[in-house]
Design a protein around this ligand. Structure first.
Ligand SMILES: [Mg+2]
Length: 318
């Protein structure tokens, strides 16, 4: 069995683009760009909890980095450096090769340097720490939402949860729906360019990892405000829209999680600028409601009547 050192060298040493000293010494050396602040975040993926142990390692490599890139996007930060720590049950070279391919493919796409990490023997566990840069004082925070802000979301919500519900046999999807929704679960696209474009425009932002209601609630709590969300305005794929009469599908849309879209708030005076960003990035951006003064999140139906989220099992978001 190859030594840990051999494995790291073989699969996880690549040339860096903007790092003084990368993998191979006791520590990496970074030189942040003058005038920028560092945004730092970490996310751990545990087999059996966040993914299935038999999942395609290439897709796991993508997702482990994508969920961290999504946190940079939510701060408006440009991702720059990343560390990777792996606990592996054994040194399965096929698995490592696939994982490294998926990981470096998305690292290259977003120009992120892998600068260090650790490997150890243990139950399969993937831990990524990411560092990005954002102009001083300009990071998008959860605490900046103001009454009368519009609430926006990117892309479509609920497809990842719909695919997971299918894999867990809680919902049965037609093959074309499975093919359309699975990429949202396995290879999410972090909205990095959107986050960067929203710096100076959005008052607050968060990435949707735990479901729209839960993550928007984090903005409301941090900002000390309330929200009205129009249920019929929520962007969903045709496969999810077709099933919205089912409670399970509504749950995917509102509370499914794993979306990795951005939810942000911006004053109505910036509406046209947000729409221009949408066109430039060819990414749907949808205004789904308004920030109000007060506390709590009200979900409104097409007639403007409050929907009973309690009956849908979302009591804890009220
Ligand atoms: Mg996040």
């Amino acid at each position: 069995m190859p030594s840990e050192f051999d494995l790291i060298r073989r699969y996880f040493t690549r040339p860096t683009r903007h790092t003084l000293l990368g993998v191979g010494d006791d520590a990496a050396l970074l030189r942040p760009t003058p005038g920028m602040e560092l945004a730092v975040s970490t996310d751990m993926l545990v087999a059996g909890k966040h993914f299935f142990p038999g999942d395609d390692p290439r897709k796991l490599g993508h997702k482990a980095l994508a969920v961290n890139l999504s946190d940079m996007a939510a701060m408006g930060a440009t991702p720059r450096w990343v560390t990777l720590s792996l606990a592996l049950p054994d040194a399965d070279e096929d698995w490592l090769k696939g994982f490294a391919e998926g990981f470096f493919e998305i690292a290259q796409t977003y120009s992120v340097d892998l600068i260090g990490g650790d490997t150890t023997c243990g139950p399969l566990n993937l831990c990524v720490q990411i560092m990005g840069e954002v102009p001083a004082g300009m990071a998008l925070r959860r605490s900046g939402a103001k009454p009368d802000d519009e609430i926006w979301v990117s892309g479509h919500l609920g497809d990842a949860a719909l695919a997971l519900a299918h894999l867990q046999r809680r919902i049965e999807l037609a093959p074309e729906a499975v093919a359309a929704c699975l990429p949202a679960l396995h290879t999410p696209v972090p909205r990095v360019a959107l986050g960067e474009a929203l710096v100076g425009i959005a008052h607050s932002a968060i990435d949707i990892s735990d479901g729209l209601l839960a993550d928007l609630s984090h903005i409301l709590e941090a900002s000390g405000v309330a929200a009205e969300v129009r249920f019929p305005a929520l962007p969903a794929s045709i496969f999810l829209v077709a099933r919205l009469h089912e409670e399970a599908a509504r749950t995917c849309l509102l509370a499914g999680g794993d979306d990795y879209e951005l939810c942000f708030t911006a004053p109505p005076s910036r509406h046209e600028e947000v729409m221009a960003i949408s066109r430039e990035l060819t990414l749907p951006l949808t205004a789904i409601g308004m920030i109000r003064s007060g506390t709590g999140l009200r979900l409104l139906d097409a007639a403007g009547q409050e929907m009973k989220t309690g009956a849908m099992g979302f009591d804890h978001f009220a």
